[in-house]
Design a protein around this ligand. Sequence first.
Ligand code: HEM
Length: 145
Amino acid sequence: MNESEASGSWSPAMPVDAASIRRLVERFYQRVRADDELGPVFNDAVHDWPEHLETLTGFWRSVMLGEKRYHGRPVPAHFRHRARMAPHMFARWLALWRMTAQEIFAPEDAAAFVERAEMIARSLQYALYQELPPRPPHMRQKGRD
Ligand code: HEM
């Protein structure tokens, strides 16, 4: 028995499939709802949690498994709550996401979930707050930047 098994926190990594994505989404939103900063935003905005969990499970199945299960529009959905959100909250969101993914998946699978979330978080942040980073040198044009 290794150390983490002895402490009772060990559980086998799950394969990436519909059931494990559902578990990830459920655990993640349990954490988010209990979070001092993120919790109030979600708890005020979401009135039908079973429906939200279903939507987000579909979203992540589309992202990670290539299933066409999500047909929503994340930017307008977040824009509605722009006044309650702030750029720094994305770091907290991502920290909770990383923690939850690492509990469920093998390290390389958890890393894939985190990488996709980071990319989406960046584009959402840009869409909401227009906080674009400087262009990398190869993309710069004369007379700009
Ligand atoms: C500061 C971080 C974030 C906050 C506070 C936040 C908040 C919310 C809220 C309140 C909703 C419900 C919108 C509504 O039904 O009115 C929502 C929906 C959603 N969020 Fe986020 N979010 C954050 C980051 C992210 C990130 C990083 C992702 C993806 C990686 C994401 C994906 C989604 C999706 C797919 C929906 C469903 C949109 C729809 O109804 O089609 N969110 N979010």
